[in-house]
Design a protein around this ligand. Structure first.
Ligand SMILES: NC(=O)C1=CN([C@@H]2O[C@H](COP(=O)(O)OP(=O)(O)OC[C@H]3O[C@@H](n4cnc5c(N)ncnc54)[C@H](OP(=O)(O)O)[C@@H]3O)[C@@H](O)[C@H]2O)C=CC1
Ligand SMILES: Cc1cn([C@H]2C[C@H](O)[C@@H](COP(=O)(O)OP(=O)(O)O[C@H]3O[C@@H](C)C(=O)[C@@H](O)[C@H]3O)O2)c(=O)[nH]c1=O
Length: 289
């Protein structure tokens, strides 16, 4: 990596931002600035313009997002502002200041009603507000800026911030029994693996811009994922498989959102770990905390 390449990370203190920071430390990358939601508020064009002027970034990584899937159903305006308008603001600055944007999106842009591997050309038809606003953000970027990589990922977890793995470990510690749904199927993604892939793309110099899918390898349900979390962490809890209808949530979620990763693997020559192997890595990292 050429350490002169300036990189700005928006949402730098969120889950994925912290994963990127971890991998940067491992790789000895230092020309990278992690911005919180105040100093790098993607809703404030003035702040953004100043930052871009001062830093002249070569790459911008957008990890900033509104990610509260159920709450988004009640906070449509805020979700749209952050996920759509914020993404557009960054794309405009990248266009003006000649930067490349790496933007993170989600499997929740898909309806997920067919058990078929989803590729980048498949029709995106989100079924909840979060997914709709993330798709709108993608569309803004595509219309404003050629030099972009949009990376859709799914079921992100890590040792940082809040995520399903940490929620399960907390609930497993507090309760004797837990019920988790079996009829939503997808692939977990260890944030540190995704962070490595993002930095590999930066490092590659490969300018094949466009939309890509990235998750870990394999397929699972939330129930099987929870089972693996408890087995691998040695947490004793009675786990009940239930249908989604027995766990009503404000937002609907895709029943099947397993993504095809052929394009990202072939374009950038990436090897992707199997989800269970990465879960072991994450649980070991959590044990060391
Ligand atoms: N988490 C998941 O399971 C998945 C996430 N994704 C996508 O991956 C990306 C990273 O997600 P993840 O790291 O888990 O999300 P987090 O919610 O952990 O991080 C998002 C960060 O964005 C910040 N933020 C919110 N509003 C603004 C703003 N106006 N300006 C700047 N920063 C802001 C948040 O700050 P604060 O907390 O203070 O509000 C938070 O630090 C997102 O694009 C998300 O949509 C995709 C698939 C799965
Ligand atoms: C806590 C809990 C959840 N569940 C179910 C609810 C839900 O369908 C599923 C996952 O729960 P969560 O609410 O933690 O996950 P959720 O917020 O839906 O996760 C999504 O987040 C956004 C940001 C994305 O982009 C998606 O890829 C995906 O990771 O597990 C249970 O069945 N039992 C439980 O005890």
């Amino acid at each position: 990596m050429n350490n002169k390449q300036n990189i700005l990370v928006f949402g730098g203190l969120g889950q994925l931002g912290q994963c990127i920071s971890k991998v940067c430390i491992q790789r000895g990358w230092s020309a990278i600035l992690f911005l919180d939601e105040v100093e790098g508020n993607i809703l404030d064009p003035e702040i953004l313009e100043k930052l871009f002027q001062q830093e002249s970034p070569e790459f911008v990584i957008n990890c900033a997002a509104y990610t509260a899937v159920d709450k988004a159903e009640d906070e449509v305006g805020l979700s749209e502002k952050i996920n759509k308008d914020g993404a557009a603001n960054l794309a405009r600055c990248c266009e003006q200041f000649n930067a490349t944007l790496i933007h993170i999106s989600t499997d929740f842009v898909f309806e997920g009603n067919v058990p078929k591997l989803l590729n980048e050309e498949d029709l995106a038809e989100p079924i909840n507000v979060y997914g709709k606003t993330k798709l709108a953000g993608e569309q803004e970027i595509v219309s404003i800026l050629k030099e972009h990589y949009i990376i859709r990922t799914s079921w992100l977890y890590s040792e940082f911030a809040n995520n399903f793995v940490k929620t399960m470990l907390k609930l497993g510690f507090e309760r004797d029994e837990l019920s988790v749904i079996t009829d939503q199927v997808g692939t977990p993604t260890y944030g540190v693996d995704l962070a490595s892939a993002i930095l590999d793309i930066v490092e590659s110099g490969n300018k094949t811009y466009g939309t890509y899918h990235y998750s870990n390898e394999g397929v699972t349900s939330w129930y099987d994922f929870a089972k693996a979390i408890f087995d691998l962490s040695g947490t004793e809890v009675k786990l009940h498989p239930i249908p989604g209808s027995a766990y009503p949530t404000k937002a609907a979620r895709p029943a099947f959102s397993v993504m095809d990763k052929t394009k990202i693997k072939q374009t950038f020559d990436l090897e992707i770990p199997y989800w269970r192997d990465s879960l072991i890595t994450c649980i070991n990292a959590l044990k060391k905390q």
